[in-house]
Write a protein that binds this ligand. Structure first.
Ligand code: HMG
Length: 445
């Protein structure tokens, strides 16, 4: 089987940032620690007046193609995953390809373009589509550009407002990749749910608390499905476990469930039994409520053990660093989690070649998917944490009052009045509407 996976990654962040504990919490009359401790979030990225899903996606893809010297002729596929689309027919990938053609030497005439939709998980679906296309040998030696891009904004006053974000990730998918090979084994958990949706509306209808339960339930089903194919999983099998991260503490909740599940009937459960007993088994209970109480008590005790904490610090914590600084980027979120772990490993000099990642993606509506990725030799040459930090550090900080104005600017039903806060520099910008109501883009040198 040909090794196929991710050969290059670049990101683009919305150019504004809102400090949640300093700017947002006081106006909402919240304790700042609700954000920093309760959700695990410090800042959100926001799009400036001239940014949208196309500018952010094109800017990420442009960085990727320039850095890796990718010629448009080498690209046989451009897929965009987004849940912030502004057109029901013309995919964002055509706008992005058109924008890129303004500045690149070459065109994407023979590249297959599309747009994937399934809430946040569509980013991973687009990645898997690209992998399958190459593994099937239909790529004629070419690679695929997969772009995840969203303006993840909620209605003003919705509790989701705390978890907003905006940005894009561009990945080059190819055979013999330079970062990770993606496994062919996958597990799915997929059920018709109405936890978070946008039925022909710009901002989501969300049942926030239930969405968290749905996330955990679908993730468990995906893990069980994955294990039925691979024959099981053990916490020590994986160096890092990047999850979809709507906010870091969602991952904290998923992690303890995952750990409990994967230590069951292993030597780790036996070792821990001396401190906290063995896990309650549902088959030993007639009363569901008693089982729920006991299992919750076990998990509370488990999350306090040194063994769990060491595992969390090693395998999970490094994955949520970028998320804590940018908020939820929807389709990009799990791809930021992988990148976050790779940057951490690179900075710490961790030798990851030959190590395995377990990647847990999720999209409301609802579906989870789990697969493994094998880190390949030379991965560290592709990972530049300083470049990511530079992008994040030069974001323009906004006050709450400025945040209100920029939120209105991106609200399709309101009059657009906001002047940009930043000067575009070497990037694509939204440049007004054309005669068919199409959005138009220009590259500003
Ligand atoms: P909320 O009502 O604003 O917050 O909603 P809360 O009162 O539940 O507080 C949040 C946490 O902070 C709680 O922790 C509090 O205890 C804690 P928990 O009890 O859950 O462990 N807290 C504090 N901690 C320390 N000091 C304090 C303090 N005060 C409170 N002083 C909610 C939070 C996440 C529900 C809301 O922001 C929301 O609706 N978000 C949008 C939905 C969402 O993100 N869901 C996540 C799962 S679904 C998903 O991931 C899919 C998604 O990405 C979309 C897609 O797939 O396309 C969203």
């Amino acid at each position: 089987m040909t090794a196929v996976g991710i050969d290059g990654i670049e990101i683009w962040t919305g150019k504004l940032s809102l400090d949640l504990p300093e700017e947002f919490a006081p106006v909402m009359d919240d304790d700042p620690e609700k954000y920093t401790k309760g959700l695990g979030l410090f800042k959100s990225s926001f799009p400036d007046a001239y940014e949208d899903i196309v500018t952010m996606g094109a800017n990420a893809a442009h960085r990727l193609m320039e850095r890796k010297g990718i010629d448009p002729k080498e690209v046989g596929r451009i897929d965009v995953a987004t849940e912030s689309a502004f057109d029901k027919s013309k995919p964002a990938s055509t706008y992005i390809a058109g924008a890129l053609e303004q500045v690149l030497d070459g065109v994407f005439t023979h590249a297959n373009k599309g747009e994937r939709k399934f809430a946040c998980i569509s980013g991973t679906q687009a990645l898997n589509d690209a992998v399958n296309w190459i593994a099937a040998g239909r790529n004629r030696g070419r690679g695929a550009i997969v772009i995840t891009t969203d303006t993840a904004l909620y209605e003003r006053g919705d509790p989701g407002e705390a978890t907003q974000g905006a940005g894009a990730v561009a990945m080059y998918v190819n055979k013999d990749p330079s970062i990770v090979e993606i496994s062919m084994e996958q597990g799915f958990g997929s059920v018709d749910e109405t936890d978070f949706l946008k039925p022909n509306q710009q901002f989501p209808s969300v049942d926030g608390k239930r969405s968290m339960q749905v996330y955990l339930a679908r993730m468990r089903e995906a893990l069980e499905d994955f294990e039925s194919e691979t024959g099981g999983s053990h916490p020590d099998d994986y160096r890092f476990i990047p999850f979809h991260t709507p906010f870091p503490n969602m991952v904290r909740k998923a992690a303890v469930l995952g750990y409990r599940h994967t230590i069951r009937d292993t030597e780790l459960e036996d070792t821990l039994a001396e401190q906290i007993g063995r896990q309650p088994r549902s088959e030993e209970y007639d009363d569901r409520e008693a089982f729920s109480e006991d299992i919750q008590e076990y998990m509370d005790a488990l999350s306090e053990t040194d063994m769990y904490r060491e595992w969390y610090e090693r395998a999970i914590k490094p994955t949520v660093d970028i998320s804590s600084r940018v908020g939820n980027w929807y389709t990009s979120s799990v791809h930021l989690a992988r990148l976050s772990a790779l940057i951490h490993a690179n900075r710490k000099g961790i030798d990851l070649a030959g190590e395995t990642l377990l990647v847990g993606s999720y999209g409301s509506g609802a579906q989870a998917e789990i697969h493994e990725e094998l880190v390949v030799e030379g991965w560290e040459d592709e990972i530049d944490g300083d470049a990511v930090d530079t992008l994040l550090n030069v974001r323009h900080p906004i006050t709450f009052e400025e945040y209100e104005r920029v939120h209105d600017q991106h609200n399709h039903s309101k009059e657009k009045v906001q002047e940009p806060f930043t000067e575009p520099d070497g990037e694509f910008v939204f440049d007004g509407w054309g005669p068919m109501n199409e959005r138009q883009y220009t590259f500003i040198e």
